[in-house]
Write a protein that binds this ligand. Sequence first.
Ligand code: GTP
Ligand code: MG
Length: 373
Amino acid sequence: GENIVVKDLAEKLNLNVSQVITKLIGMGVMATQNQSIDGETAAIIAEKFGAAVEFIPVETNDVSEDNFGLDFVDKDEDLKLRPPVVTVMGHVDHGKTSLLDAIRQTSVTKSEAGGITQHIGASVANINNKKIVFLDTPGHEAFTSMRARGAQVTDIAILVVAADDGVMPQTIEAINHAKAANVPIIVAINKIDKPTANIDRIKQELVENGLIPEDWGGNTITVPVSAKQKIGIDDLLEMILLVAEIGELKANPNRRAVGTIVEAQLDKGKGPLATVLVQKGTLKVGDMVVSGTSSGRIRAMLDDKGKRVKKAGPSIPVMILGLSEVPNAGDLLYCVEDEKTARNIADKRRDKIREEQMKLSSKVSLDDLFEKI
Ligand code: GTP
Ligand code: MG
């Protein structure tokens, strides 16, 4: 069940930590302020002080932290530069989709024109032989739901602010998300083609929200753009590559792959489909993988243009076919040694979920019982 650190419990109960420890000792529980106690004990303590404990059910299918030792830290000498993964965020209607479209058009090469366009929740732009990966998932989601699962997929946030509208509530929310994730922000001041556009006013509002533009003596890169008229798009891409270079984004491409599920769905004909953003190692057709309770051998992989590929290295998004069930967006995907290992891990996670659900339902029925008394 749920555990809580004694100190945190005292804080939540608005008590001195020694008061809590004394009560614990009275119950025969010896714990220091930094040790954790189980939820049941915490509930009893709370009750003794006239407070009630509310059990908030954990998302039962979230088993991402439970990686069965599948991940390990790479040696510095094995790390190679990888493309940046970029998320576009901003207020409603400020032009996020238009900007992504403009970038895609600018960067689509002729050879790609024949490929089947298939939406895979992420796209790769090629700029002078350098790649930039854009996550198409709604900006906030890429931060919130994935971060809640411990996955950080974004390297750089593009904050779109419409020059005729300014900093709005969702702009501020986006700034907070990016700051919480410790991700650098590049501001794209969009819609500069509009007669009512006022770039200086936007910069002033950015300052008011803690982002001081470079040309005003701060360190926030701002790029005036028009997604509609395709103005400033190259400058923006250049700035992304610059920020990526400064960040020295690296990963080891020569190891078993670890990635994050960006998007997943069930296709009637093809079965479960999942878009994976590879983060470490190289994912290959034929690899055995496990994500949550889903496992399987990769039958085929498609790149962001819908083209079949055999492998995908760090930062590269691919759609994979071959999983046993639809995995959860935000969950990690691990490449494992063999089928037995994959099945074993998926089974153990399934058991754990079942166990947690049972605990939860017995808890609920107990609560129901007490309510009736
Ligand atoms: P949501 O996904 O609904 O939050 O909106 P969004 O941020 O993706 O904005 P979207 O790209 O859909 O653009 C909203 C409107 O602004 C559309 O009507 C676009 O045509 C318009 N728009 C986007 N960029 C520009 C621009 O650079 N100039 C002008 N004049 N209009 C733009
Ligand atoms: Mg949009």
